[in-house]
Design a protein around this ligand. Sequence first.
Ligand SMILES: [Cu+2]
Length: 631
Amino acid sequence: MRKLFPFCVSLILVVLAAGVASAQSFRVQCPTRTITHPVAANNNAEPAYVGPTYTGTNGYPAAPAHVNGAIKCQQISGGDGYSTMGDGTQTYMFSFGPLSGLTDIANGLPGTEFPSVFNTPYPAPDPITNLPAPLQPGDPATTDGMVANTWPGFPLSTTGLTYNGAVGQVMDIPNLVTIYDISEVGTTVTVVGNAPLGVALGDTVTISGQDTTGYNGTFTVTAVNVVNSFFPANFAFTYTNPTTGLAEVTESTTATAGLAPRIDGHVDARQIMDVGIMNGNIPAPLMAIDEDDEFFLTLTNVGMIMRPDLFEQHTVHFHGYPNASSFYDGVPDASVAINIGASFTYYYLAPDAGTYFWHCHITPPEHLQMGMVGQLYVRPRQNRVASGGSLYDALALQQGDLRTACKSATDILCSNPLPAGASAGSAPRAAAGNYAYNDGDGSTYYDVEYPLQIHGFDPNFHFVGMTFNPEGFSDMKDKYFLLNGRSYPDTVTPGPLATQSTDGSMHFSQPLPSIINIPAGERALLRISDLDVTEYQTLASLGIPMQVIGYNAKLLRDQAGNNMYYNTNSITLAGGESLDVILDSCAVRATNGSCTTPMATGTYYLYTPNLDHLSNDAENFGGLMTEVRVN
Ligand SMILES: [Cu+2]
């Protein structure tokens, strides 16, 4: 016994270790319906706002009074990658990359998708094998490059790959249970399995092995968790069978209930690694949601293949964001952090429109400097007002919603009370274009919008970060000054920038140009955020006034409803700040808002007047600058 005992202990340890290891896995979650979005078919578009989601005061009733917003999903990798600086230097990064919305990201758009797009395997699975065709390492750049064969010209083609679903999404294996008892009352059949089948409402279930009794067939589940006299409720479900009078069968030796292969968040780890490894982006994948949405964001930690000595966790922190729960805040000390080989789905509501940003919160000075910074914005309800409808009335309607009421007398934090001096029925919603905030007066209108993230890279820090050397935090000094991860003149290179990585394949490393194109006479909204780690950054506009309308995701409006917007020719931000600027390319506007005299067409500039930042490391030109093209 004495000799056997240690053996047993080590055996137990081995079993435990295996259990822990297998507990880590890649999964995505993108439910097609939730408590507040109960009808799956309605969750792939944004409905107009007509009233509060819940009118009661005691928690969540069974059904919302009004369904607002939709469901959005996105998947990102946390890992490493390379980018190309303005002087051609390839720079190693700790970074996030896209694992959904690949095509949209490559085209400079948010990778945030409705469930109908996200929950799509690549491509449609083979009808016989149910196996999807594989994505290639480096995708979407690999497939785009192969199809278009345009390397290395610019702009790079992004036409080869058109997939926007979640990478790795595959049909889960069919599930099957033997049936303990099957019975019918009227046309309702109750199935009690010998184990839970794992069905959900609306799933298609196939009953087999009941030939002599008439139960066989394929049906749609009408209820789950059915209380029964045999087993726990989750072992049982019901469906409707038009054939009545079927006799109860108990303890059949042949009967089974099965689910067909289906999309349920199961992912193929190989696809995740093929696409996620070395596929980091700067800035990190763009996210955009609409007010009232539920947002499911899966972070998949693919590890940093260039730093096998590290076991870095990553998180997602929505900076300055009104979180659904602190559990999803991404600050590792107070929340959770994601290990290598694991994925985690963050859940956010979208209560307040505005320009935010996000970053990893593991050793922030290090992971931010190394590139784990991204952009995020929330579009206001006001965009969903029908053309010609009163924006004032729309904002007045929101005052009857406990979640969005802004009563200055009792709530000093609300920043968008009804506009002062305006009256009911005023401010018709424009036929095209959008709004940055729920302003109620149309003053945050824009025709085109551009997210601009200010950042900086210290090449020395990135070099020692790649080469297993200790990093000198207090010596950190940026020498590349970046707008959307690029410095001038790369800022005005159209399409994605690509970098060849150490795996030999090209990757779209910096997908977002920062060319500000404005049709003459129209307005551009610049959603500017700064996540520079080392210093303040100033951005000046040459020739077009900057009208600042929002700061840190709040409309600039006082408690009495007066707009506190101001015109300036430069803004200065610290890391961790954001603001909204409107560039109006109209020289003279009529009182009805139409442009009578557009500005001269041509190229204007956004640039930093900190002249030492107009450089790319040793090059005495470049840096924090881009072009505004009025055309
Ligand atoms: Cu990180």
